[in-house]
Design a protein around this ligand. Structure first.
Ligand code: XMP
Length: 493
């Protein structure tokens, strides 16, 4: 019985066991389409998702990544209120309409208006009477009276018949109206009531990110993590506007987790992606619960020790492939989470069936990731730690601990935890946009070699060649001393 168990064990593979075979191609890398789905209802323009880790994704990185066409998953190692605020900040940053607007009324004195404008550094104020917008007063209107006292009030100087726009206006339409009427700010109204202001400056800024990924109201997409049994958090994140909720757990084939997915699903409108898993059976169990996406990866992460501490895991290419085979039949997207070190690994994950990849290490250490830069021997680093590391499980909101079904209690709480991750540093990498440029550039190059004009063709046509350890050795630079670091082939010093 035991010998059979040993002899019948299947071989499982990971990124370094394969290369993608070059194929006849009519596709130039610059022309490929990298659009993909992260969940049944949400498409991304690039197949990149940031990890829900406390050294990777808070609102700053989620905003930067959504502006590039990917999506960030806000981590949950913080209070519910803080996580909700991070979600709101992403949503507000993508909202063209400024909703907290300073206003005045027709009877206010010019002195009051001048003071308000200079205190709040605004150049114009909507004028409101009985809750309705009746005019606008700007610094220019006040100019002749700047150095004198006057008995005049706002109603004597304001511009009436203001050009307004409805909430449903698109950025391009708003820009046209602003240019036509030679105005810099457009009040947004609903039933004559002021909802907010759109400024030309904000429209032009938004145009800098033509690939940004937005919801139907023009706000950036965002996802957020909740614990497998944390219904309260899932509901709060949903109400705060999270488009996707990631049920974040080290072993989502735990049947209590699987069963609780139904309860969460019944109570939220957001898409639900659930992980992590690595087997056919786990995929089937979760698909039966109607999840909107499956997250794959048991132990491939750069700072994970699950495979060493628990001796459990499935090398990532096999894990992706076997989950994707089931998921494809039910049209459920697959997120390959962990172990991605280079852009070539992204291409291999997609060829193995992933729709998008989740990155921890590659996005940690960016300007937008949480934490400060440390300098060691003249080289810049930022902290990166596993959510199952001692630091993450005992720091923050202990969000790391229940991911691994552990509880923190009693006076000896720290020594009663069994970590499944380590803490360290990664190179400081600069702006997320530069990192994404290299990763997506590498993926596009790969799609060009494979002859795949889009992700679907990559799924169907890309072929693997299995390689040996000599093949890997030959693949990396060899027989030279690297003198200039390449932006897409870092060497950690
Ligand atoms: P990379 O390789 O991108 O992996 O750094 C990120 C993914 O690793 C998972 N993760 C962990 N896995 N122990 C683990 O076994 C941990 O402490 C841990 N923390 C994060 C997670 O799925 C993440 O997206």
């Amino acid at each position: 019985m035991y010998l059979n168990k040993i002899n019948e064990a299947k071989t499982a593979y990971t990124f370094d066991d394969f290369l993608l075979a070059p194929n006849e191609s009519w596709v130039e890398p610059k022309d490929v389409n990298t659009k993909s789905r992260i969940s049944t209802n949400f498409k991304l323009k690039i197949p990149i998702v940031s990890a829900a880790m406390d050294t990777v994704t808070e609102n700053e990185l989620a905003i930067a990544l959504a502006q590039e066409g990917g999506i960030g998953i806000i981590h949950r190692n913080m209070t519910l209120e803080d996580e909700v605020n991070h979600v709101k900040k992403v949503k507000e940053s993508g909202d063209l309409t400024i909703r907290d607007v300073f206003t005045t009324d027709p009877e206010s004195s010019l002195e009051t208006v001048k003071d308000l404008m200079s205190e709040e550094a605004v150049s114009g104020l909507p004028v409101i009477e009985s809750g309705k917008l009746i005019g606008i007063i700007s610094k220019r209107d006040l100019k002749p009276f700047l150095n004198e006292t006057s008995n005049k009030t706002v109603k004597d100087l304001m511009t009436c018949g203001v050009v307004t726009v409805p909430e449903s206006i698109s950025p391009a339409e708003a820009l046209d109206i602003a240019y036509e009427n030679k105005i810099e700010r457009l009040p947004v109204v609903k039933d004559d009531k002021l909802v907010g202001i759109i400024t030309i400056k904000d429209i032009l800024e938004q145009k800098q990110y033509p690939h940004s990924i937005r919801d139907k109201d023009g706000k950036l997409l965002v996802a957020a993590a909740a614990g497998p049994f944390d219904l309260k958090r899932a509901i709060a994140l949903d109400e705060a506007g999270a488009d996707i909720i990631a049920i974040d757990c080290a072993h989502a084939h735990n049947m209590n987790v699987v069963n609780f997915v139904s309860t969460i699903k019944e109570n939220v409108d957001a898409d639900l992606i659930v992980g992590n898993i690595a087997t056919v059976e786990a995929a089937e169990a979760l698909i039966a619960k109607d999840v909107n996406g499956l997250k794959v990866g048991i132990g491939p992460g750069s700072m994970c020790t699950t495979r060493i501490i628990a001796g459990v895991g499935v090398p990532q290419i096999t894990a992706i492939g076997q989950v994707a085979d089931v998921a494809r039949d039910y049209d459920v997207p697959v997120i390959a989470d962990g172990g991605i070190r280079y852009s070539g690994d992204i291409a291999k994950a997609i060829a193995a069936g992933a729709d998008v990849v989740m990155l921890g290490n590659l996005l940690a250490g960016t300007y937008e990731s949480p934490g400060a830069v440390t300098v060691i021997n003249g080289i810049k680093y930022k902290q990166y730690r596993g959510m199952g590391s001692m630091g993450a499980m005992t720091g923050g909101f202990s969000g790391g601990a229940d991911r691994y079904f552990q509880e923190i209690k009693g006076p000896m709480k720290h020594s009663k935890l069994v970590p499944e991750g380590v803490e360290g540093v990664v190179h400081y990498k600069g702006k997320v946009s530069d990192v994404i440029f290299q990763l997506v550039g590498g993926l596009k190059a790969s799609m060009g070699y494979c002859g795949a004009k889009n992700i679907q063709v990559m799924h169907e046509q890309a072929k693997f060649v299995k390689i040996t350890s000599s093949g890997i050795k030959e693949s990396h630079p060899h027989d030279l001393l690297i003198t200039n670091e390449s932006p897409n082939y870092p060497t950690l010093k």
